[in-house]
Design a binder for this molecule. Structure first.
Ligand code: B12
Length: 208
């Protein structure tokens, strides 16, 4: 029952309410992993699915993600204490030369919402920084964003650098000018058109 309430409050973006409900669930003895999976992740998953179908838009996703963060602040120490591990680690960043980060941030939020630990390299990220972050944090996936036709070509440098480095890391790409055909052309592991699909793709690649 309380997980359903957490899920509903998260979808409405009610950060303070999510915090209170998570605390109440913990106080009532609920398992941290259950609160995470059946409350927070459930809510974020529904928002992601609605975003894909254009039933909700960027602002709703942002406020839901903020509510998720608020809930995670309370839950995180309990998850750590209970030994709950994240699904996998993802490094994200905007490609070298590119300063657009709104889409990349949404992808990060959706990945977190799907249970990933996310390491955000920020904007204008050179290939070697992607590799360094992936190595340091033991990442399974690198997500590269590009919004300019002039910078998307730098995505190939990231794919090539990963191959050269020998790290076992999938590279997924996205951003307005990017297509599946381009992903195939540069040998990336995959492309997704929106943040919710990016999280689905990352999950699929990590399971494979
Ligand atoms: C906001 C914006 C800016 C802001 C960026 C602020 C910020 N913090 O991000 C500012 C003002 C800084 C900016 C600057 C520039 N911009 Co600008 N900008 C935009 C604008 C209006 C919106 C982009 C955006 O945030 N969209 C919303 C997000 C949610 O969508 P998204 O990024 O596509 O992300 C979604 C998916 O693509 C996907 N996705 C995104 N990343 C990833 C990553 C992975 C791994 C996956 C799987 C999926 C994925 O999921 C996201 C969520 O669903 C676009 C126009 C447009 N409509 O796209 C122009 C646009 C991208 N900009 C453009 C240009 C030209 C520039 C400048 C060169 C302008 C100039 N002359 O100075 C500079 C470049 C600066 C630089 N070096 O990067 C052009 C690009 C043209 C082209 N074909 O290359 C556009 C298309 C505008 C236009 N029509 O001319 N810009």
């Amino acid at each position: 029952m309380s997980n359903e309430a957490i899920c509903q409050a998260l979808m409405k973006g009610r950060a303070a309410e999510v915090k209170t409900l998570v605390q109440q669930a913990i106080d009532a003895g609920a398992k941290p992993a259950t609160i995470l999976n059946e409350g927070l992740l459930q809510g974020m998953g529904i928002i992601g699915a609605k975003f894909k179908k254009n039933e909700v838009y960027v602002p709703e996703v942002l406020i839901a993600a903020r509510a998720m963060k608020a809930g995670m602040e309370i839950l995180k120490p309990h998850l750590v204490a209970a030994g709950v591990k994240p699904l996998a680690t993802a490094v994200i960043g905007t490609v070298k030369g590119d300063l657009h980060d709104i889409g990349k941030n949404l992808v990060g939020m959706m990945l977190e919402g799907a249970g990933f630990r996310v390491v955000d390299g920020g904007i204008d990220v050179p290939p070697e920084k992607f590799i360094e972050l992936a190595r340091t944090h033991g990442a399974s996936v690198i997500g590269v964003s590009a919004l300019l036709t002039t910078t998307m070509t730098n995505m190939k440098l990231v794919v090539d650098a990963v191959k050269e480095s020998g790290i076992a890391c999938k590279v997924i790409i996205g951003g307005a000018p990017v297509t599946q055909a381009y992903s195939d052309e540069i040998g990336a592991s995959g492309y997704a058109p929106d943040a919710a699909s990016a999280a689905d793709l990352a999950k699929k690649l990590c399971a494979a």
